[in-house]
Design a protein around this ligand. Structure first.
Ligand SMILES: Cc1ncc(COP(=O)(O)O)c(C=O)c1O
Length: 479
């Protein structure tokens, strides 16, 4: 049947009786004619039909559950563009209120009514803005001293998230990495100091390291930098990448000093869409004071009906997430956030304990400091197992769970680990279901008489690299 303009077609054909359901979906070119909305809806919906349930995805840090009121609120604002401040001035004010709340949660000393910060599409943009500000401050200072500015560097652990590699490559700033090892599981302050020089724009400790869930010791790094800066006359600052920890520490460990209470912490970034409990598309960066945000980073335009000044890499961006964040602040309050984060932490600790008791596994660390953790196979067990954690990942996928297996960063890349991120929307009951599915999957894998392809691949890698099983980590199996 020749397809014609759908407006001339009878509209009583059932969706699955339509011609479109016999045709492949467009891949390369836009279709000549449109189709009925219910058919278009069905086709798009069906493309993602087979995907895992988002709440069973324990790989992502990003929010997969919000209550129906926020969902309504955000859906109602789906057409609002944040940049149109003249049309939606209250959204800009709401954004500024969120920045104030974040800044105060992180103990800003800034006294101004409106604290200095910026909205971002996620932590990646927020990290970039923090990094660019540090680079421009360093550059301005060097230029004023008549010194060269062609070799900037920053210091971070090998546990960095990929955004920092992008920052280094896109802005041509050398990334100096302190190796994480099985013994040194977080950024070592002395190693940081050993890498600092006059071209260091900032040091970047992480709160909630993506690979491990651990926190770098910002207080110790601040103290080491304080001594180094006073000895050398440099003023190397800290940008804290608190993508996850920025919304955990203020509620669960308010006495821990990692934020603006520390002298050299000049900027902090976080993801509103992780433990900020908002659906994807939201990050925040806050500076300790307006003077640390270089003027060059504010761009003004006059064609939206007023002079609009904006800090950010994107121009247009959805405003719905700001409404979602502000709703969560009002809905939950400090105590509500504390309860939600506490539950995530307790469930993570429960899973950590139960997985630690399994004879096949060892937890990477004894502590769970954010609601996520990693584990690996016991050396003794791994020697004779016919399967790897990649096989377990595949088996769990059959029950809908996404629990990722991956190799650790440089220097310990021969170590394969598995990670669970617990977020709002994951209950103790679901944790028990996951544990049951894990035990059943392991029982199946243990029946194998021949090695799996991933086990064979691992053996081939070991032959090339030397055995991984000779490692003893910092965290041994408890007897
Ligand atoms: C430590 C850290 N920094 C930055 C990011 C990037 O965050 P986003 O996905 O919000 O851009 C992540 C994401 O997992 C992260 O864990």
């Amino acid at each position: 049947m020749e397809k014609t303009d759908y407006r001339n077609e009878p509209d009583n054909t059932a969706v699955f009786g339509s011609e479109e359901m016999l045709q492949p979906a467009p891949t390369d070119t836009i279709p000549q004619y449109g189709t009925r909305p219910e058919i278009a809806y069905q086709m798009v919906k069906d493309e993602t039909f087979a995907q895992t349930q988002p709440r069973l995805n324990l790989a992502t840090f990003v929010t997969t559950y919000m209550d129906p009121f926020t969902t309504r609120l955000m859906n109602e604002a789906i057409s609002v563009n944040y940049i149109d401040e003249t049309e939606y001035p209250r959204v800009a004010v709401m954004n500024a209120k969120c920045i104030n709340i974040m800044a105060n949660l992180w103990n800003t000393p800034e006294q101004a009514k409106w604290k200095t910060g910026a909205l971002a599409i996620g932590s990646s943009e927020a990290c970039m803005l923090g990094g660019v500000a540090a680079w421009l401050r360093w550059k301005e200072r060097r230029e004023a001293q008549g010194k060269p500015t062609d070799k900037p560097n920053f210091i971070i652990s090998t546990g960095y998230q990929v955004v920092w590699e992008k920052f280094a490559d896109l802005w041509q700033i050398e990334m100096r990495t302190v190796p994480l090892t099985l013994e040194k599981t977080t950024l070592d302050p002395q190693a940081v100091i050993d890498m600092c020089d006059e071209n260091t724009i900032c040091v970047v400790p992480i709160q909630g390291v993506t690979w491990t869930g651990l926190n770098d010791d910002v207080e110790a790094i601040d103290a080491a930098l304080d001594e180094y800066n006073s000895r050398t006359g440099y003023d190397i600052p800290i940008h804290v990448d608190a993508a996850s920890g920025g919304f955990i520490l203020p509620f669960l460990e308010p006495e821990r000093r990692w934020d603006f209470r520390l002298k050299w912490v000049l900027s902090i970034s976080t993801s509103g869409h992780k433990y900020g409990l908002v659906y994807p598309g939201l990050g925040w960066v806050v500076w300790k004071d307006k003077k640390y945000l270089p003027g060059k980073m504010s761009f003004s335009v006059n064609y939206l009906g007023a002079d609009i000044t904006q800090v950010g890499l994107n121009f247009s961006r959805p405003a719905a997430q700001i409404l979602g964040q502000y709703y969560q602040f009002i809905r939950l309050g400090f105590e509500g956030y504390k309860q939600v984060q506490h539950n995530s932490m307790e469930i993570a600790r429960y899973l950590h304990d139960e997985i630690g008791k399994m004879p096949q596994f060892v937890n990477y660390c004894e502590d769970v400091v954010n609601p996520l953790f990693i584990w690996y196979m016991c050396a003794d067990y791994a020697r004779s197992a016919e399967w790897t954690l990649y096989d377990l990942q595949d088996k769990l996928k059959q029950s809908g769970w996404m629990v990722p297996a991956y190799t650790m960063p440089k220097n310990i890349e021969d170590r394969v680990v598995m990670r669970i991120v617990v977020r709002q929307g994951f209950s103790r009951d679901m944790a028990d279901m996951l544990l049951d599915d894990m035990r059943a999957a392991i029982a199946e894998l243990e029946k194998l008489e021949y090695p799996t392809p991933s086990r064979l691949a691992q053996e081939r890698r070991e032959e090339v690299q030397g055995s991984v099983f000779t490692h003893t980590g910092c965290c041994h199996k408890k007897k």
